[in-house]
Design a protein around this ligand. Structure first.
Ligand code: SF4
Length: 444
């Protein structure tokens, strides 16, 4: 039988889709060539922004039209499924199953029913949440390893705590087992994932007594030394929880890539307070200074949310100023859209669409300038890269990435894919470096 998975949203969803894939492959399902060919379509959805939900609704409507021509099973999974539940079935007759993030353990049972040609009848008792085992896709070398699920932070604009529920930390024994497994499958880099990885905490037994995030990082760094994995990243970091101990562990261990995604969201204290972010711009900037003091070559990326209710001209200027001070390598920049059910939805002082767009345009323009300047300053550097695959533009060239999260294209042989290599950043083309040649690192 054939399947098709569509994934929207964050890396967490990518990791969760990979775990669906693992279940499908283990049961002998094959990827469909296209949607006309699929017996099962699974849409793994995102609820963070209203636009993400609108896009998914558009896709469901398309599948609804297709289903009028031929039968297949449509499953809606992920955050939208958790948030809207069975109303999705009422809105779209084509939807067969709605599987929120907590009901993922039902997936093998749904497949079993499909394989037997019978409808799956859901038990009234919902299964308890469990972390799904991850599967490294063929041809991929960076493996996502979820370490927490859910969030307790309740930023005033965000639906995640309501959709994914309270934060749960994963058993370290399962984390280490998964690291060993993906290493066997060819992973060279891992990304520890969670809504706020810094608040990881496990107190469940001999492996993990009082295991907080810095101690977990030390243990993971020790674990990968027994494997071919060389690089570790983690995402996302909440600035209020990123401690000096985490910085020290990163600085002391070369396995931690010199790149950090540190969500700022805004540069004004008044707006950060209204967002319930629980840090000030001064604390954010001090944290960046502390991290740079320990790892001078590190790059930062961030999220910026523009046009939050009550945002004055002066607040917006503070965001631009914070960006000037930090100089992020790249940023995910959005304007605020009200999300029903969040405290911000009720806040006065909504900013008009035109002004939001104008301010967002200014933020994007400044970020583009910073990205370009930072990258131009790097031309001439000698770098270690992970060879990730073939360049999309030229089959004779390889696509590689530095530990600072910069893309480099270089001529090379396909047998080098999945290896670490050294090269010189010769020139810049858009936001991608070009190199003339690469040489494999010792042992690769
Ligand atoms: S930290 Fe804030 S923005 Fe991030 S998932 Fe939690 S509530 Fe949402």
């Amino acid at each position: 039988m054939n399947y098709l998975i569509e994934t929207y949203g964050c890396q967490m969803n990518t990791a969760e889709s990979a775990s669906f894939l693992l279940v499908l492959k283990e049961r002998g399902w094959v990827q469909a060539r296209n949607k006309e060919d699929a017996d099962l379509v699974l849409i793994n959805t995102c609820s963070v922004r209203a636009t993400a939900e609108r896009r998914v609704r558009g896709r469901i409507a398309q599948y609804e039209a297709l289903k009028r021509k031929r039968p297949f099973t449509l499953i809606i999974a992920g955050c939208m499924a958790s948030r809207l539940g069975d109303t999705l079935k009422t809105d779209y007759k084509a939807v067969d199953y709605v599987m929120g993030t907590a009901s993922r353990p039902l997936f093998p049972h749904i497949l079993e029913a499909l394989e037997g040609g019978i409808p799956f009848v859901e038990d009234t008792e919902k299964p308890a949440f469990s972390f799904a085992p991850f599967h490294l896709e063929d041809g991929r070398f960076c493996s996502f390893i979820p370490i927490t699920h859910g969030c307790d932070n309740f930023c005033s604009y965000c639906v995640v705590p309501y959709v994914r529920g309270p934060e749960i930390s994963r058993d370290p024994a399962a984390i280490f087992a998964e690291i060993r497994l993906v290493a066997e499958k060819g992973a060279r880099e891992i990304m520890l994932l969670g809504q706020n990885v810094n608040s990881y905490y496990w107190d469940g037994g001999s492996v993990g007594k009082n295991l907080d995030f810095p101690r977990l990082l030390e243990a993971v760094a020790a674990e990968i030394e027994k494997t071919p994995i060389r690089w570790i990243r983690f995402l996302s970091s909440h600035p209020k929880d990123l401690s000096t101990r985490v910085i020290r562990v990163m600085a002391d261990r070369p396995a931690f890539c010199r790149h950090l995604h540190l969500c700022a969201q805004h540069g004004s204290n008044a707006i950060l307070r209204a967002m319930n972010r629980r840090y000030s711009r001064e604390q954010y900037l001090e944290l960046v200074d502390e991290i740079r003091g320990a790892m001078p070559d590190i790059t930062f990326s961030t999220d910026m949310l523009i046009g939050f209710p009550g945002e004055m001209k002066e607040d917006h200027a503070q965001t631009l100023d914070l960006m000037e001070r930090v100089r992020f390598l790249y940023a995910y920049m959005y304007h605020y859209n009200p999300r029903e059910g969040t405290p911000a939805f009720e806040m006065p002082g909504r900013i008009g669409q035109g002004l939001k767009r104008k301010r967002l345009g200014e933020v994007i323009a400044l970020q583009k300038q910073h990205t370009l300047e930072l990258l131009q300053n790097r031309v001439g550097s000698r770098e270690t890269v992970l060879v990730e695959g073939v360049s999309r533009r030229n089959a004779e060239e390889l696509l590689t990435r530095t530990e600072r999260d910069e893309r480099v294209v270089v001529p090379g042989k396909r047998c080098m894919i999945g290896s670490f290599a050294e090269l010189t950043l010769e020139s810049l083309w858009g936001n991608t470096f070009r190199a003339k040649e690469l040489s494999l690192c010792p042992g690769d």
